[in-house]
Design a protein around this ligand. Structure first.
Ligand code: AMP
Ligand code: ZN
Length: 486
């Protein structure tokens, strides 16, 4: 009855039957956010995609150790080894400690993930918390002869590595092509080869985050943290490594090189890469200025939005596309998702109101097979959603008295829907709750505003903190206060 789970592996460029290294345990590492600014919806899409992988593996009975890091040092503006550290730069501009920036945006990221009903990973390690492990890894790579030090910076020797390994295996590109397409030394004249990347970077005195190392004061290169932390928490070889597909050609390619050079092993058996959320066909990205923040989408407060959409509608919209396809963001597409989501949720709500018969015309087992088949085929959530609409039609038909179901089958159907809609897709109906709570929240905020006007800050703070504790965030703006679900 069961289908094997198949996963598209970027490394082999084909779908492969998933075999855990050490069942029932599965180790999964996903590159997390760089916490120097608000996460935008594109970032959210990637983490929602991996949330589905995490949830489905658990549904299949695996005990998953899901490690998703927080990059809080070492990610330079140029994504290569040049430019300023993104967090340090922000800290300087805001006259704050880098760790204040890290704290603010980590908290913000967690709140956004919670709003989208994304499960927390098992471990969320940070780059700054693993400087020792990173230095150890640099030492090992130096010892193995695949790195060299110049003036306090340690570089990975890509051409030497490629003489025994295939450096471009993940991106499917040959070293010669890569060399031909790289113009110069990227502003680092000291490097031996154009493609060499920094494992450890010498810090200028004014650099805000730096640590002592055998090569002097410095900081780790961005790619190193993921190699060191995946190795520490999942071992030299683990099951799944993931991230957005923009990370494959450089970040993940360099990660593989680092792991191979230090441990002699390809770190992950399956490489999963999620495709991009786009706006008018262009990748949503902060630097392109076309990014939407989650709260702008929820409130509709953005010049390009005609109205707001609830977090579950946005999650549903994202799950209606397969994770390996691009997904274009538009008012029309979101509108269509909202309608579909409401239709699905209202049919599922009928499950509680169905009358049972002696006989049953519903084949719950067949439905389960179809649901499973969809998810077993490389986590195909859009096919699953199409099957769920079929199930919704059956539920409507039972409700209308046109199809019969008995008590046992109804119980199985409810369980099945519970597993696939709520546990695996992580969806629930948030519209009704929001509609009901809105006037109550507005009333509470009105009382708080009156308290503020009377300079009764104790009461206004008490309301804000109290609401926060039960899951609502209050924001004070020029036009007054607003609330949103955390
Ligand atoms: P960053 O904080 O920029 O390192 O990105 C965090 C994660 O979000 C990475 O896995 C990126 O690949 C992913 N990401 C960035 N932009 C997009 C996008 N437009 N669509 C989907 N994923 C994205
Ligand atoms: Zn990474």
């Amino acid at each position: 009855m069961q289908h094997p789970l198949s996963i598209y592996n970027t490394l082999s460029r084909k779908k492969e039957v998933f075999k855990a290294l050490n069942p029932p345990y599965v180790g999964m590492y996903v590159c997390g956010p760089t916490v120097y600014s608000d996460v935008h919806l594109g970032n959210c899409r990637t983490f929602i995609s991996f949330d589905i992988v995490f949830r489905y593996l658990q549904y299949l009975g695996y005990k998953v150790r899901y490690v998703r890091n927080i990059t809080d040092a070492g990610h330079l503006e140029g994504d290569g080894d040049v430019g300023e550290d993104k967090i340090s730069k922000k800290a300087k501009l805001a006259a704050l400690e880098p760790m204040e920036i890290v704290q603010k945006y980590s908290t913000d990221f967690h709140e956004v993930m919670k709003t989208f009903n994304v499960l927390s990973p098992s471990i969320e390690p940070t780059a700054t918390g693993h400087i020792i492990e990173q230095i150890e890894m640099v030492k090992t790579i130096l010892d193995s002869g695949f790195a060299y030090e110049i003036n306090g910076t340690v570089y990975f020797d890509v051409e030497k590595y490629n003489s025994t390994q295939d450096y471009g295996a993940l991106s499917g590109r040959k070293l010669d092509d890569l060399l031909n397409n790289t113009r110069d030394l990227g502003g680092q004249d000291e490097k031996r080869g154009k493609l060499d990347f920094a494992l450890w970077i010498k810090a200028k005195p004014e650099h805000l985050m730096q640590w002592p190392s055998p090569w002097g004061m410095g900081f780790p290169g961005w790619h190193l943290e993921c190699s060191a932390m995946s190795n520490k928490y999942l071992g030299a070889q683990f099951d799944i490594h993931g991230g957005g597909m923009d990370l494959a050609p450089t970040h993940h390619t360099n990660e593989i090189a680092q792991n191979m050079a230090s441990c002699g092993k390809q770190p992950a058996n399956y490489w999963i890469h999620t495709n991009m959320l786009t706006v008018n066909g262009q990748k949503m990205s902060k630097s392109l200025g076309n990014s939407f923040l989650p709260h702008e989408l929820f409130s509709g407060n953005h010049p390009l939005l005609l109205k707001g959409f609830s977090p579950m509608v946005v999650r549903f919209f994202m799950l209606q596309a397969h994770y390996r396809s691009t997904l274009d963001f538009s008012n029309e597409a979101l509108d269509a998702s909202e309608k579909g989501f409401k239709r699905l949720m209202s049919a599922l709500a009928l499950l509680e109101k169905l009358k049972t018969s002696e006989t049953s015309e519903v084949d719950v087992n067949a439905l389960e097979q179809k649901f499973r088949a969809a998810m077993d085929d490389d986590f195909n959530s859009p096919i699953l959603i199409a099957e769920l609409f079929d199930a919704a039609r059956i539920i409507n038909s039972i409700y209308d008295g046109k199809t019969k179901i008995n008590t046992a089958d109804l119980a199985s159907l409810k369980k099945l829907i519970g597993s696939f809609v709520y546990d695996i897709l992580g969806l629930y109906d948030d519209s009704q709750a929001a509609d009901e709570i809105a006037p109550v929240m507005d009333f509470i905020l009105k009382i708080r505003n009156e308290a503020k006007q009377n300079k009764d800050y104790a009461t206004s703070d008490k309301i804000r903190i109290g609401l926060n504790e039960i899951g609502y965030q209050v924001k004070d703006g020029k036009e007054g206060s607003s609330w949103s679900k955390i």
